[in-house]
Design a protein around this ligand. Structure first.
Ligand code: SAH
Ligand code: SF4
Length: 390
């Protein structure tokens, strides 16, 4: 038997289910190969090869790994899986937006949304948690309790699933559609910083998925103590979900502001590593009718941002069933944008994308929950009937 094959054949029989490798970082991958019995001298080379096949070529079949001997490939295939998690639901909008609901594990359902390019950049919006501990009033995810943090693998897998679906592995021809990754799906990435940072390392590894760090954006509701740390750990771009430029209103719509008010938030922004005119912070501002959309609010926003390299993303509010707000009128949004723009801040209005499929962030998962709830009720009823007849 070759030295790099099993030293411990018992390992194989002790683990009936295949161990998933897709989504693992370099260290975990090397560890898995070591546990499998690859000889120490070969670990570096083998994990480098396999990492490259998994993340650069996106292979899901061991037989594609032509620089690994057939014998070893067969043995690896008996222990490890390269499979992706299951896509429970995929919706494609008329404008090309694609929304995926992915089952990472039983009860762990995750949303990601691919928003195609208007210009040259197309972004995948990934989730960092299932649910959220915060309760921003305009956000549908905020109505869902936190189930758990996602692992780095589960975050990286969202990118891989989208690459599969868009057919964007090296073998595909033509320009890449997915150029940017934004942490704007479910959850607060700065409350899951370790796994998010590990996922960014995987996504940006130049022998793998190869995204540039400036093409990754972390969006936060304002977890002040983690902001500088997040920049140091990831070198990613920063987006702040601002939505109001005075403490009273911001605390009303985003309760986290009571803990970390605007003064502290702006100080953390000013200290963000690498901040400059070519690396500006994006301030997201959701337009809520008669709540935060008047010329006075625009003036407050301009004053607040003074001195910070910033751009403002104006987001038309995306209503969801039971949401307490309405979206501002189009003319109101436009004059708000003009006012902010005149003060020297780029302030594009984000075109609502995928409205026909989206409704709002967090929606797909809740639809599936509803389904399960009704299924559950049906089962409970059946169970009760069974109990009654026995
Ligand atoms: N928790 C992080 C990232 C996820 S939310 C954060 O709050 O930044 C991603 C973005 O979607 C945030 O800017 C959030 O404010 C925005 N958002 C949430 N619900 C929305 C809705 N119904 N309409 C428009 N934007 C929404
Ligand atoms: Fe959580 Fe962000 Fe939604 Fe606020 S806006 S509830 S932080 S996901």
């Amino acid at each position: 038997m070759s030295a790099e094959l099993y030293k411990n054949p018992a390992l194989k029989t002790a683990q009936p289910a295949l161990i998933p490798l897709a989504g693992l970082g370099r260290v975990e991958l090397a560890q898995a190969l070591e546990d499998f019995g690859i000889a120490p001298k070969q670990i570096r080379m083998r994990s480098k090869q396999i990492f490259h096949w998994i993340y650069n070529y996106g292979v899901t079949d061991w037989d594609a790994m032509t620089n690994i001997t057939k014998d070893l490939r067969v043995k690896l295939a008996e222990t490890f899986s390269l499979k992706r998690p299951e896509i429970l639901d995929k919706q494609v909008s008329v404008d090309g937006t694609r929304k995926y609901l992915i089952r990472m594990a039983p009860g762990i359902e995750v949303e990601s949304v691919f928003i195609p390019a208007v210009s040259k950049t197309g972004a995948l919006c990934v989730s960092s948690q299932v649910g959220c501990t915060l309760t921003c009033k305009f956000c549908h995810t905020g109505t869902q309790r936190l189930v758990r943090n996602l692992t780095a693998a589960e975050i990286a897998l969202q990118v891989m699933v989208a690459r599969d679906d868009l057919d964007e592995w090296p073998s595909s021809s033509g320009e890449r559609k997915m150029t940017n990754i934004v942490f704007m799906g479910m959850g607060e990435p700065l409350y899951n910083m370790n796994e998010v940072a590990k996922a960014i390392d995987i996504i940006c590894d130049c022998e793998g998925l190869s995204f540039g760090r400036r093409r990754i954006t972390l969006s936060t509701s304002g977890v002040v103590p983690e902001i500088v740390n997040a920049g140091e750990k990831t070198s990613a771009m920063l987006a702040i979900s601002l939505h109001a430029a005075n403490d009273e209103l911001r605390s009303e719509i985003m309760p986290i502001n009571k803990k970390y008010p605007l003064k502290a938030l702006m100080e953390a922004c000013r200290a963000y590593p690498g901040l400059s005119n070519s690396r500006r912070i994006t301030f997201e501002y959701v337009m809520l009718k008669d709540i935060n959309d008047s010329p006075r609010h625009a003036k407050e926003l301009i004053n607040l941002l003074r001195g910070i390299p910033a751009k403002v993303n104006l987001i038309p509010f995306n209503p969801w069933p039971g949401s307490p707000y309405e979206c501002s009128d189009w003319e109101t949004i436009e004059s708000f944008a003009d006012q902010v723009n005149a003060a020297g801040y780029a302030s594009p209005i984000r075109t609502p994308r995928g409205r026909d499929i989206l409704a709002a962030c967090g929606q797909l998962r809740s639809e599936s929950e509803k389904l399960r709830a009704s299924e559950r009720r049906k089962l409970e009823k059946q169970h009760l009937e069974n109990v009654e007849t026995t």
